[in-house]
Design a protein around this ligand. Structure first.
Ligand code: FAD
Ligand code: 2HG
Ligand code: ZN
Length: 507
């Protein structure tokens, strides 16, 4: 019998806000296959001999078959998708991953790789009875070269754990995101996660120096180099970065860690219009220059609903828009002066209406906490349709007011926020519960609008299970065909994360 979600919370002893939000509602989501009318593909079905094989190569606790223990692996973070897996395997090293895949490939058993299960497009959970291959037990740090900054670690290391580890050695991880306490570096690599400081430290195609991955047939592909420069033929690591577990399973990552900044400052500003947000961004780039490390924005409803629903302190009074500006530099006095000058200059011009600047760690943490909690706050109210799109900055916010008019009282809340510095807006539409009529008002409308301005239907969360049928809005048929050819080459039986990323049928 499936336990209620409430008892699961107790069972798993969840304490942090991300986990509380994840299990806040009592209702289990409908099976994805029923909700989205998906037909099971022609894969093998797990038999007792298969379980016997896995038990012969793994220890007892690495083979999970108990229904209630498996439940959390079947449900995604926003509780939209629910798979029907009966088996979770937890390898402890690359060789075990290889043996599992070799066997699954020979039996045509489908596999869903799972990291921290914080993905927002349903890619991390099965759709039918795919075997969940969890990286939770592959969490060793292999090496750190504190001169070059190259860190080598296993895929299941939690991002925050890695960040704490390298901080003690004078470095930081090049990416940071609200899910850092739960997401894995292998999941980050597989989604090419962006996050809060992409503006400064670039994306993972740049920071990841090398990858070790296992192909569908069990072959271990060793591209685990730690060099910054290596033009020896095709740059194969990029095939695994952002391919969401469809081309191979990432088992180890070598990543470049920047130096821990001596000076960090954070400003939280109230802004009267979106036009002023853009002008402020331009000014921040020229006035803060090399020390600018983040430029994030959130509209009134995003901040207001988050602080109210999670009972967080609000740093300044009400404004239509809020902007968060962070600096990472080497000289506290110089950086603080620069940020204060920026603040007073832009308060004079009227671009900033009110604001606060701090370099005190606890205050900075509390401000970042508000920004990072927006993603989960809507889930405490109801179901959230999440959109994660890239749009030219001049059109960045246009969709939010248009959606408000289109949806009328069908939505409880619609808000926009995100990485304005990277042209990536997150639009959250909060409704009392999932509703296919509301869904059809939002999709494909949003993707059509995004494509009209040459945007991307997924800026950072990926395509996963939710968006294969919309990928053509951002990918040309020739590019889609090449993606399918690569898939055929690397995973001819299609066992790796089926029903994800690639659309079925002709382009
Ligand atoms: P999972 O969710 O477990 O998996 C994600 C995808 O990668 C799935 O397709 C899965 O099959 C595949 N996968 C996982 N591990 C492996 C592996 N080792 N090998 C092959 N495939 C694998 N994303 C951003 O880009 N920027 C953000 O700012 C951001 N903020 C977030 C904030 C919150 C509160 C939450 C809940 C999510 C956020 N995300 C963000 C989305 C998510 O955290 C990222 O996509 C993250 O990189 C996923 O890591 P994970 O370990 O949880 O992967
Ligand atoms: C963020 O930037 C994440 O907070 C999550 O990418 C966005 O949940 C979302 O819509
Ligand atoms: Zn984001």
């Amino acid at each position: 019998m499936i336990k209620s979600v409430k008892s699961l919370v107790q069972l798993m002893g969840k304490s942090n806000i991300l986990e509380q939000v994840r299990y806040a509602s009592q209702a289990l989501p409908q099976f994805s296959s029923e909700k989205y009318h998906i037909k099971r593909k022609n894969f093998g079905t797990i038999e007792s001999a298969d379980i016997g094989f896995f038990k012969s190569i793994l220890s007892e606790e690495q083979v999970v078959t108990d229904e209630s223990d498996i439940l959390p692996y079947n449900i995604d973070w926003i509780k939209n998708c629910r798979g029907q897996s009966n088996l979770v395997l937890k390898p402890k090293n690359t060789e075990e991953v290889s043996k599992i895949l070799k066997y699954c490939n020979s039996r045509r058993l489908a596999v869903c790789p799972q990291g921290g299960n914080t993905g927002l497009v349903g890619g991390s959970v099965p759709v039918f009875d795919e075997i969940v291959l969890s990286f939770a037990l592959m969490n060793n740090i292999v090496s750190l070269d504190d001169l070059s900054g190259s860190l080598v670690c296993e895929a299941g290391c939690i991002l925050e754990t890695l960040d704490n580890y390298v901080r003690e050695r004078g470095l930081i991880m090049p990416l940071d995101l609200g899910a850092k306490g739960t997401c894995h570096i292998g999941g980050n690599a597989s989604t090419n996660a962006g996050g809060l400081r992409l503006l400064r430290y670039g994306n993972l195609h740049g920071s990841i120096l090398g990858i070790e991955a296992v192909k569908a047939d069990g072959t271990i592909v060793d591209c685990l180099r730690t060099l910054k420069k290596d033009n020896t033929g095709y740059h194969l690591k990029h095939l695994f970065i952002g391919s969401e577990g469809t081309l191979g399973l990432v088992t180890k990552v070598a990543i470049h860690c920047p130096v821990l900044p001596n000076a960090v400052n954070l400003g939280f500003f109230g802004v009267e219009s979106f036009d002023n947000v853009l002008k402020l961004f331009k000014s921040a780039k020229s006035n803060l220059g090399e020390i600018l490390s983040a430029f994030e924005m959130a509209d009134f409803d995003a901040i207001n609903s988050t602080v109210n629903s999670l009972n967080l302190p609000k740093p300044i009074s009400d404004f239509p828009f809020y902007v968060l500006v962070e600096t990472h530099g080497s000289d506290e006095t110089h950086d603080n002066e620069k940020l204060m000058k920026f603040l007073s200059q832009e308060m004079e011009t009227g671009l900033i209406s009110d604001g606060t600047v701090t370099s005190e760690p606890s205050k900075m943490k509390s401000i970042w906490n508000i920004r990072e909690s927006i993603a989960g706050s809507g889930l405490t109210v109801g179901y959230v349709f999440k959109y994660d799109v890239s749009i030219p900055q001049k059109n960045y916010y246009d969709l939010v007011p248009r959606l408000k008019t289109r949806m009328g009282d069908k939505a409880l809340l619609i808000y926009g926020y995100g990485h304005v510095g990277d042209g990536n807006i997150h639009i959250n539409v909060v409704v009392p519960e999932y509703n296919s009529e509301v869904a059809s008002l939002l999709e494909p409308y949003i993707f059509e609008e995004v494509s009209k301005v040459n945007g991307s239907v997924s800026a950072e969360h990926g395509i996963g299970f939710r968006k294969p049928k919309y990928i053509h809005y951002s990918k040309d048929p020739s590019a889609l065909q090449l993606m399918k050819d690569l898939k055929q080459l690397m995973d001819p039986n299609g066992i790796l994360n089926p029903y994800k990323v690639l659309p079925d049928g002709p382009n």
